[in-house]
Write a protein that binds this ligand. Structure first.
Ligand code: NAD
Length: 268
């Protein structure tokens, strides 16, 4: 049994994580947190997540509840995750990070922490998207010489970062699998007389609106033909199930930085 703490429990993902952890036969929810000043502090997290009371009240301090579990699941925001990471490192626990939008220096901080504690960091924890990553890696290896690559992603109106962490990973995989570099060859913006696209360019397009859970398509445009590889998420449950699976897996791991390919046993 893996004892779990969920930080940011009142968020879109946090509530789903509470429900999916409670539904798991291999994980036990021990504590949850929310940001200081949240209206949910001290309320029962089961009531908040629509499960009825489960006798776990929402804390505003990871520090004070951290000892109760071995693994923390964090889908919050960049600055919150980095401060949670400090606590988790100090207490010698493991952490599953689903938060997206980290800059290079912040990723270095996570990498450094992984020398002391086990960390799963993945911009998308769904099984389907991690298979999509593999398909894109392979397709790009076959197609890169003669096909133009464009990546399109769509998310709900509240999403804070763009392009999505998943789109960034798709761009990185496409670049690594061909003679391109990311972000140097990525084009995030076309407007006005911007001229024809270059051969190496990876176009990155972002749509925001409504309640879209997450959609990603990689287009390979050739002369007289086109391949589109798409994933459409219709339920946040897929990310939460992946994160709980990652937490259970991480409980058995040594310090290190892992991703969902490690968790799912997909070869890079
Ligand atoms: P959200 O805004 O609905 O939820 C974030 C929650 O974190 C909020 O309730 C907020 O109050 C809480 N929070 C902020 N600071 C905190 C702190 N210091 N301590 C405790 N709680 C704190 O956002 P969301 O849609 O749930 O997404 C959260 C993150 O997860 C985003 O970065 C998003 O891109 C990412 N995400 C990742 C995946 C994946 O599979 N990896 C899937 C979906 C979303």
């Amino acid at each position: 049994m893996t004892d779990i703490i969920i930080v940011g429990a009142a968020g879109r993902m946090g509530q789903m994580l509470v429900r999916q952890t409670q539904a798991s036969s291999k994980a036990t929810l021990r504590a949850v947190t929310e940001r200081e000043g949240s209206d949910f502090i001290s309320k029962d997290v089961g009531d908040m997540a629509g499960l009825g009371p489960i006798n776990i009240s929402i804390s505003d301090s990871l520090h004070s509840v951290c000892q109760s579990s071995s693994i923390i699941i964090d889908f919050t925001a960049v600055s919150a995750t980095l401060s949670h990471l400090e606590v988790v490192k100090e207490k010698g626990k493991g952490i599953v990070i689903g938060t997206t939008g980290f800059q290079e220096t912040e990723l270095q901080t996570i990498k450094e922490a992984s020398k002391k504690i086990p960390i799963v960091l993945a911009p998308n924890m769904s099984v389907g998207v991690n298979v999509l990553f593999k398909l894109v890696q392979e397709a790009t290896q076959y197609l890169h010489n003669s096909f133009d690559i464009e990546i399109l992603e769509s998310h709900h109106r509240h999403k804070k970062d763009a392009p999505s962490g998943t789109a960034v990973k798709l761009g990185q995989l496409a670049a690594e699998s061909s003679a391109r570099s990311y972000p140097q060859d990525a084009n995030f913006h076309r407007e006005g007389i911007c001229g024809p696209r270059t051969e190496k360019e990876i176009g990155m397009q972002t749509l925001r609106g409504g309640d879209v859970v997450g959609e990603h398509t990689v287009f390979y445009y050739g002369e007289g033909e086109r391949i589109e590889i798409s994933h459409r998420a219709t339920d946040r449950k897929i990310f939460a199930d992946g994160a709980v699976k990652a937490a259970i897996w991480l409980n058995e791991q040594k310090p290190g930085l892992y991703d969902m390919w490690d968790v799912l046993g997909i070869r890079g």
